[in-house]
Design a protein around this ligand. Sequence first.
Ligand code: ADP
Ligand code: MG
Length: 704
Amino acid sequence: MSETPKAPVKGRPEALFPLFADIETLPGVGPKSAKLMAALHIEKPVDLVFTLPASGIDRRKRASVLGADLPGVVTVEVTIGQHWAPARRGGAYRVTVEDAETSFQIVFFRAHDEYLRRMLPTGERRIVSGKVEIFDGVPQMVHPDHMLPAEDAGDIPDFEPVYPLTAGLTQGVIRKAVAGALARLPEIAEWIDPGQKTREGWPDWADALQAAHAPQSMGDLGAAHPARVRLAYDELMAHQLTLALARSAFKRAKGRATIGSGTLQRRVMDALPYKPTNAQTHAISEIAADMAREIKMNRLLQGDVGSGKTLVALNALLIAVEAGGQGVMMAPTEILARQHLEGLRPLAESAGVVLEILTGRDKGPERRAKLAALKAGDIQILVGTHAVFQKDVEFGDLRLAIVDEQHRFGVRQRLELGRKGASVDVLVMTATPIPRSLSLAQYGDMDISVLDEKPPGRKPIATALVNIARMDEVVEKLRHAIAEGRQAYWVCPLVEESEVSDLSSAEERFRRLRAALGEGVVGLVHGQMPPEEKDAAMRAFQRREISVLVATTVIEVGVDVPNASIMVIERAESFGLAQLHQLRGRVGRGEAASTCLLMYQAPLSEGGERRLATMRDTEDGFRIAEVDLEMRGAGDVIGTAQSGLPRFRIADLEGQAALMAIAQSDARKLLSDDPDLTSPRGQAARVLLWLMERDQAIRLISVG
Ligand code: ADP
Ligand code: MG
């Protein structure tokens, strides 16, 4: 598994060669069209094969343009009348024609008289097809798509596919090239389970492609057409097979049985002021079972903000320690790592466990001392940032790695992490609720535990939308709340992508609030502060020394101050839904009823209004995620580039979650029946991976 990602993969089945040949080997494709196609990501015949028509044109013949839905495409048989050459250069060339009921004009610009007289000889019968519009009360067909002798009418298809276009490529060129590519479809064995295929009434692969490119009506273009469903399934299957291969490679890697004694966990539970939720208990037992097995754990812990992931993580770490080993927990930012340290340390200490932190701030002798203690096994749990990844960080006996808040991590990075500690169990934690279809696409290689239950006693957060013009009222209310001992976050707008303007707006707000509420009441924290000042501000807020914390979005993830019960978000319309949800999740953790004020600048855009209304109407992270997905599409929600998700050409992640689930269980079953993909169906599945260019998967089978 040492190949670089770009290394060419050898061994493509010969049957597929024609589909992977130069695009210019297709009829009608020269260097110019090849360049235009490249802009559409069409570089090989196989790319054309998977580029399905987006719409179609009904070219069924009718008797007359009269009564047709105009403007629109009409196909009629006509008698050619008089030709009218343009009076001046650049004028229109007109031909009067007569169909069964009326006469109309065919119009050309920049036409060759001679050519037109040959194509449309006066007095003859012709069949013409093209877009007809009424101009000055007269129907006109400008530049017909087809002009044929009446006896050749059969050459015009009743329904013509229309492909997604780029400027300069004509439908004719694409259609011809597609036909050329389809003529090359090889005979390949079926990779879909025969039962599944029969049940769904799916066509064979080649038939499905032929049908998808030859729609007979608008209805055939729908995603629910069996040919399209089958082709979408193929794409999802190739993806799920890739994930399933990654999963089984991970599992095949030798793991160690890490079995906890329960002593430390029990001590921590006894020290807790609350009882774990059922969801927490369940997740802990799933993790314990994974760790106890002699295979590597590759599990995702998914739970909305405030669902109590930290306790689950701690128990997992304690299992590693009970078994005589060590655990590490990585957070994406310094603030979060410190937050984890502060949350975990008292609990760990109550169990007599040594917990330390390692971040980029550790330097010199102090760092060396920590590294030595880590290597000697004197530090049992390490919390840190990416700094724990550095080469010189060595553990005595690392058994568990936890990655927190890593929805930005993709499949590839996870594989890398797995490689790092040869037999280390991996637990990824994410606070970002994502719709099922996406979690299947993104985390299909992992086992998943979900915290779908919040700790009891959480009060709903009252969320209100407030016009920013009412700023003074908001500050006044804040003054009263502070007087009652409440604490508030005040999140400043994302002015632009620029940290400088974020910063200046936060500093400005800080000064104004301080002027309004008094010295020593308001603190400020932002991304560009020196780390010590950041810590100091956070600590002052945690200790209730200040009542209001003005912040840029650095507080977004993970920060836990239970007494804070007010969240003000300025220019809330400029934030995305996921971010708003994370920010609001900072309050509603304590005894007091909490409030979230979403301050906006009118007028709101349609999208802004929908986002804010969604926030006001629900606290359910999954529902918010569904709306987010609907509004932005899959690629943007998870960031396709970073997530390592392929670009699906046919499948629709938003609409085909059920199909994705079937593909996942199918892929896993295929691999458990035939781990090396050597059975006839396994061989066919290999061809599918080649066809879909799943290089990562292909590497896994070639090393496996
Ligand atoms: P997450 O990381 O999932 O956002 P945390 O682990 O930070 O959530 O927990 C949020 C808050 O809930 C913390 O203050 C924590 O102490 C508290 N908490 C966790 N589990 C429980 C529980 N079972 N009962 C009551 N409070 C809990
Ligand atoms: Mg957390």
